[in-house]
Write a protein that binds this ligand. Structure first.
Ligand code: FRU
Length: 668
């Protein structure tokens, strides 16, 4: 008896104090969590349901667990809302307030619309459950399923009321077809198909967890945003969140950014027709010769499905890894005649312009060259070769780099054609987040007009390693809720994300402020800010940022571990390097670096970053680019250092460091 109560007291004391336990991000007390589900605001409460395994810390027995919050920061756990039901797992979906009682479930009933996953029948369909007591208890609709098409990969319905057409609209993913379907209903029970969208944008993996909403463009009219989460094939590898901006007329969605042409049915990468110069489908490099080194001696590479390498066509590709990153070599094609205007290909791997890449050689001279992107995801590139028509040429895939940091190049699907590849599928995609850990992101429904915000939440993990992260007794964490906006940029309309303002409720006391000065002044001021909390909200503003002065901000633990935010305006990039951030050995692709495009505003740069015990979220230029990454550093005080890599360092106009208190303190 005594021993039992002692254990109980200990368990309560230790709650939300465990190593790596996020202090201002949502986590379940214990067990596995993935996607946020059923996010809806009603009667002063933000509801958060989520994919949950009540029985363990790996995916399985999927059910909807439940929490509520009045401020999006402090959460109260409620009992399991929708448990697995016999053969039916409760997959992802959404919830709405049925204010007009269209469903007949009751006035202001909360209605959850979710995917029933039947593993035995290999079928997914859409189902309803409802609550008339503020989400505290739930009843399954006896007429389930409400939408069934006999498909195995038909999931993640997001429903919203569409006032102009007076009906409910559902967006739902045809995951393997890379399509979003639109359905309409007067009552949530009877659904009619309206249209389909896709494939488009990034299609290198399953399309999951869509969302559709209207959002004002700063200083302009509103546009519609279609969110399509993708796994794998995201910009940083594995799972991620892309979006489309355009128009929705109550029936179909038309994407303006990225522009999408007529549907076509070519290969996954959307490369145009033409003469295929290389597919690398055979295990040997047929028609190509490894003239130097050992990098290509093993033949074409056929990555395992679990590999990080994505975005190639078919099964095989050219890869200079050989047996190790240091291996070098050259792989040369047969001679061919340039008889069209474009040569297109897919390229990834190391970014070393003169040391590795793909060359086009005419009369012994390199006339075109391309290198990788420091990523395992191959991206399409095209050379205009119109002025070389009629010439005899050959291609060479080369790796003359002896280092290990991204020491190999990846090339596939080289095609010569009249037209550049269609941007229709796997063309340019827009990414909500450039980090490794932002997935299944969707938004809250029914936030009152008086508030007017559109708020998004993502699962802060990646299917590549989600069940290996070293946390216990829970596994899975959400990002901070983010307020969305649209801005008109030089490149078109883009999504912005900012942490919700309620987060400021966790700021402790006055910030530590650097009033502005030289880079060196700021560096020494930062060095004097010792013993910072593990929970930080930091904003830095700089001016005079240019290609001449790459610099780094490093967040340190004092034992040699550091997570680095790097700004390289010359390359147009901002990156987060977590290679030395702490524990990373649990998965080979965890120790990595992710990068986002950097849009400088007349040399001005604003970075805000949120540090929790096991994550770093970086919001660049008021959330125009975001990088979200998990990290697992040692506990203890943090320090921040900045260093400039040369040239004339930028000026630091301001630094504000807020230390945060734990959002769980009041729960305990
Ligand atoms: C996305 C996802 C959804 C599915 C759920 C199952 O992470 O695969 O498509 O509904 O997780 O847990």
């Amino acid at each position: 008896m005594v021993a039992a109560s002692a254990i109980c007291v200990f368990a309560q004391d230790a709650a939300y104090q465990e190593r790596f336990r996020p202090q201002f991000h949502f986590t379940p007390e214990r067990n596995w969590m993935n996607d946020p589900n059923g996010m809806v605001f009603w009667d002063g409460e933000y509801h958060l349901f989520y994919q949950y395994n009540p029985f363990g810390d790996k995916w399985g027995h999927m059910s909807w667990a439940h929490a509520v919050s009045r401020d999006l920061v402090r959460w109260e756990h409620l009992p399991l809302a929708l448990p697995e039901d016999g053969d039916i797992m409760i997959f992802s979906g959404s919830a709405v307030v049925d204010t007009k009682n269209t469903s007949g479930f009751g006035n202001d009933a909360l209605v959850a619309i979710y995917t029933g996953h039947n593993e035995k029948a290999k079928e997914q369909d859409q189902r309803l459950a409802y609550s008339t007591d503020r989400g505290r208890t739930w009843t399954q609709f006896p007429g389930n399923p409400v939408l069934k098409i006999g498909a195995a990969d038909f999931r993640d319905p997001k429903v919203a009321w569409h006032e102009p057409t007076g009906k409910w609209i559902m967006v739902v993913a045809m995951a393997t077809e890379k399509k979003i379907r639109f359905y309409g209903s007067p009552n949530l029970k009877d659904w009619a198909m309206l249209s389909e969208f896709g494939p488009a944008g990034a299609t290198g993996g399953l399309w999951e967890c869509p969302d559709l909403f209207e959002l004002p463009v700063a200083g302009g009219e509103s546009k519609w945003v279609l969110i399509v989460n993708l796994n794998p094939g995201a910009i940083a590898g594995g799972s991620g969140c892309q979006y489309f901006v355009g128009e929705f007329d109550g029936k179909s969605f038309r994407s303006e950014y990225p522009a999408v042409g007529a549907p076509h049915s070519q290969g996954e990468s959307g490369m145009s027709h033409g003469v295929v110069l290389a597919e690398f489908e055979d295990f040997n490099y047929v028609g190509w010769t490894a003239t130097e080194g050992e990098a290509f001696k093993g033949g074409a590479v056929h990555p395992e499905p679990s590999s990080d390498v994505r975005g190639f066509e078919g099964q095989g590709l050219a890869d200079s890894f050989g047996g190790a990153d240091e291996h070098q070599g050259v792989l040369v094609s047969q001679e061919f005649q340039i008889e069209a205007d474009h040569i297109s290909f897919l390229i990834g791997g190391g970014n070393y312009p003169d040391l590795m890449g793909l060359n086009l050689v005419v009369d012994g001279k390199v006339v075109r060259t391309a290198t990788g992107n420091n990523s395992p995801v191959l991206v399409p590139m095209t050379w205009d070769v119109s002025e070389l028509r009629g010439k005899t040429a050959h291609l060479e895939v080369f790796d003359r780099f002896d280092g290990t940091d991204w020491g190999h190049i990846l090339v596939d699907h080289i095609v010569m054609g009249e037209e550049p590849p269609s941007p229709q599928s796997d063309g340019p995609a827009l990414w909500a987040d450039y980090g490794r850990d932002f997935y299944a992101a969707v938004t809250w429904s029914d936030i009152p007009r008086t508030d007017g915000r559109r708020i998004m939440l993502g699962w802060m993990s990646n299917w590549d390693y989600a069940d290996k992260v070293p946390t216990t007794p829970w596994r899975g964490v959400m990002t901070v809720p983010r307020t969305l906006g649209l801005v008109d940029t030089r490149d078109g309309i883009r999504l912005t994300q900012q942490p919700v303002v309620e987060l400021q409720g966790l700021w402790e006391g006055q910030p530590k402020s650097f009033p502005g000065g030289s880079f060196a002044d700021a560096a020494s001021w930062l060095a004097s800010q010792r013993d910072l909390s593990e929970l930080l909200d930091v904003e830095m503003q700089l001016s005079g940022v240019s290609g001449a002065n790459p610099f780094e901000v490093s967040i340190q633990t004092g034992n040699g571990e550091a997570t680095v935010i790097g700004v390289d305006a010359g390359a147009g990039k901002i990156f987060v390097d977590r290679a030395k951030s702490g524990a990373s050995g649990f998965h080979p692709s965890f120790a990595n670096r992710t990068e986002a495009p950097l849009h400088l505003n007349g040399g001005k740069l604003k970075i805000r970053w949120l540090l929790d015990t096991s994550s770093l979220e970086v919001f660049v230029q008021d959330g125009l680019s975001v990088l979200t990454n998990l990290i697992f550093p040692a506990p203890g005080p943090r320090s921040i250092a900045i260093a400039s890599n040369g040239g004339s360092a930028p000026r630091v106009d301001q630094i504000e460091i807020h230390q945060l208190s734990s959002s769980w303190a009041s729960t305990r």
